[in-house]
Design a protein around this ligand. Structure first.
Ligand SMILES: [Zn+2]
Length: 698
């Protein structure tokens, strides 16, 4: 084993442990596995930061509890409690942060989202809000000027339903005659491309439409018009070269900044493999240490083997730096030293260890589990009983359908039930939940109870008997509550009043003692927002003003737990995250106002002021009107920050969010008649609901 190199250049918070001798400090030092410190190291102790002057909501326990002050040092929470004790713990050199009446909370945790998928969209031209061909072309020309010579020019997010037609081949040839140009609408199911893109994909007028897709043809019935749908779009899309260089880096850095701007310190990609270059993008983020937030990954079911070998390679490449395995704090200390002193290491420290004892992360990335899709979205949720209103084109008695064979799920749980690989399952209907429960119960009977915490993603409708069984297997439902705002009226219409009233049954879960979470599923939600999730779970008010299932509303505190303490539990990180307690990571968010003390209808409008990951600011909201980047990490302003404020111009993100919300509300096609009942849903309205609880492309 190599000797410890005390003078290692590795900027590890670990080696800068607290050495002051306050009683609280000793207690924390004990927690961190360090009882005595050489005096010579005293100079290396980083200054502490003391937060006070606002509401510090710890999220510990079933009822709100506040602390007067919090001290952070070296990335960890050192102390939470009265100000006098905090002063003593922090020492005279501490940095003081006056919260000025704002609210400090544990950093929010993303329990179901698509960080990499969304990050790729951030790199492409932003077409959100574009509602004319001219607008799309103008923005694509700006994108063409930005990307490198050989690269594809790609844009994402225009509202196809609001446009008279999709861009033509000629329109997009006007953007670039020689480079492939492709635009994809906000549903992700249709797009348009230029001559060079069709050529790159080997598609010509002679190419027949693939099964499950369609190329729009010109007046002659043969020539390519530009638009491509579903599998036809995929034929071209999959020919796009993998992201590389600065573009690949930007996927990670832009998504990090965006997630942080919504107060999140832990993100999630629950579907690695949706894109063919996902694994390479993750590896790139690991190797270059590009992430400012932690990232929990789930492999798409079809990519488990590819993901497992990629993870094994990471372990091999990084784990070999670990000279011993004696566990605990000292092991990490040696690991850091060894990493810095590795012979022939020209790239500098490869491994940036965190001050916690969670050895599952490598440079902020952790492989958490596997993702399955068991059914579709609202009109394709697999139900045990027929729909109340048939979606267009379906037969009487329609209940939607099963997506994967029972045996696949049963084998999965048989194999992974007692492991640390967590199974995450997309489901909306109760028949899909039934399939999951049956598979889990079978594994449980064979192997006994395990601390698996299977995740029921969306879990939009579970029957009361299923909720009891969910409790028995230790499952966690993760509700996309903000989907109720634009999609709730459709849920009432298609599923009927009873199932709608008990959709996303947070209160029933709470009564059953099941720790539920709220998740945005971005880009299914147009932004990776958190406060609108709490708002929707608390108010359950649809776009038309209907309150769906008022008995399932939860308190604002329970809503906050769903994105902090419960969220940490879902991803099995409750030892280090989710509450403000000494010894946990200093993952923090500062909100403009306390969600527990505002009109509940305004929770979604509360601004995220600052996001702090292990003591370091990764997002800071600038004063209204400032166009400067919000942080060193390039954080974007919160879309809500300027809404309703005097003199402030809406940020592009705010405009985009509002446009999407309005579009979704309008596009739902659900209007109330004079008696307050939803009017019939037509085919056009149906297809304009892509952003509402829709599953991602498989
Ligand atoms: Zn998803």
């Amino acid at each position: 084993m190599r000797p410890l190199t005390i003078a290692s250049p590795v900027p590890s918070p670990i080696r800068r442990r607290p050495v002051r001798r306050g009683a609280a400090l000793l207690a924390v030092a004990g927690l961190m596995g360090s009882a005595a410190m050489p005096a010579a190291r005293a100079q290396a102790v980083p200054p502490a930061t003391l937060y006070s002057g606002g509401e510090i909501l710890t999220m510990v326990g079933p009822r709100p509890s506040y602390a007067e002050a919090l001290v952070e040092r070296g990335g960890r929470i050192l102390y939470v409690g009265p100000l006098a004790g905090a002063r003593k713990a922090a020492g005279a050199s501490a940095r003081r942060v006056d919260l000025a009446g704002r609210t400090l909370l544990p950093g929010f945790i993303d329990t179901h989202g698509h960080f990499i998928y969304f990050g790729k969209n951030l790199v492409d031209a932003d077409l959100f809000g574009a509602s004319s061909v001219e607008d799309v072309v103008r923005r694509m020309k700006a994108q063409a000027a930005k990307v490198g010579p050989g690269e594809w020019v790609v844009g994402f997010g225009f509202n196809g339903n609001a446009m008279a037609r999709y861009p033509s081949v000629a329109d997009l040839d006007g953007v670039s005659a020689d480079r492939p140009v492709m635009v994809v609408d906000s549903s992700g199911h249709a797009g348009a491309m230029n001559t060079a893109a069709f050529r790159a994909a080997g598609v010509s007028a002679a190419t027949p439409d693939p099964a499950g897709g369609k190329f729009e043809r010109g007046a002659d019935g043969k020539s390519l018009a530009g638009k491509a749908e579903e599998t036809a779009l995929n034929l071209v899309r999959e020919k796009r070269p993998a992201f590389s260089g600065a573009t690949a880096d930007a996927v990670a850095t832009k998504a990090s900044a965006l997630w942080a701007s919504y107060g999140q310190t832990t993100a999630q990609e629950c579907g690695v493999g949706l894109g063919s270059d996902d694994i390479a993008l993750v590896r790139n983020a690991i190797d270059k240490q590009l992430l400012s937030v932690d990232l929990y990954l789930c492999a798409k079911d079809s990519h488990v083997d590819a993901m497992a070998s990629a993870a094994a390679k990471v372990v091999n490449d990084y784990g070999r730096l670990n000279p011993t395995a004696d566990g605990g704090f000292q092991r990490q200390e040696r690991l850091v030293s060894a990493g810095a002193a590795r012979p022939g290491d020209t790239k500098g420290p490869l491994l940036r260890l965190r001050p916690d004892l969670d050895k599952r992360y490598v440079n902020r990335v952790r492989l958490g589990g596997i993702k399955f899709w068991l059914d579709g979205s609202i009109p394709t949720a697999w139900m045990s009983q027929p729909y109340a209103t048939n979606p267009p084109g379906t037969e009487p008695g329609y209940r939607a359908y099963q997506q994967i064979p029972d045996a696949v799920l049963e084998q999965t749980f048989d194999r992974w039930w007692t492991s640390n690989v967590q199974i995450n399952m997309h489901m909306n209907g109760d028949a899909a939940a039934e399939q999951a429960l049956r598979a889990i119960e079978k594994a449980l009977r064979k192997h006994g109870m395990a601390d698996h915490r299977p995740v029921f993603i969306h879990a939009s409708y579970l029957r009361p008997d299923q909720i009891q069984r969910l409790k028995a297997v230790g499952g966690v439902p993760s509700f996309l509550t903000s989907g109720l705002v634009p999609g709730g009226d459709t849920v009432v219409k298609l599923w009927g009043a009873e199932r709608a009233a008990n959709a996303m049954a947070a209160r029933s879960m709470e009564r059953a003692g099941i720790p539920f979470t709220f998740s945005h599923d971005a880009p299914v939600s147009p932004q990776p927002w958190i406060l609108p999730l709490i708002d929707a779970g608390v108010n359950r008010r649809t776009a038309s003003g209907l309150v769906i299932g008022p008995e399932q509303r939860v308190s604002p505190y329970e809503g906050l737990k769903a994105v902090t303490a419960n969220a940490a539990w879902q991803i099995k990180e409750e030892q280090t995250k989710g509450t403000l307690e000494a010894g946990k990571l200093a993952d923090l968010v500062i909100l403009e106002r306390n969600p527990l003390k505002v009109d509940p209808a305004t929770i979604k409008d509360i601004a995220v002021v600052e996001t702090i990951k292990e003591g370091r600011t990764i997002f800071r909201r600038e004063a209204a009107g400032s166009a400067a980047p919000s942080s060193a990490a390039g954080g974007l302003p919160c879309p809500h920050e300027l809404v309703g404020r005097q003199g402030g111009e809406l940020s592009p993100e705010a405009r985009r969010t509002l446009a999407l919300l309005e579009g979704a509300a309008r596009g739902s096609g659900v209007e109330l008649d004079s008696s307050g009942s939803p009017l019939p849903l037509d085919q056009g309205a149906q297809s304009s609901l892509p952003g509402v609880l829709a599953p991602l492309p498989r």
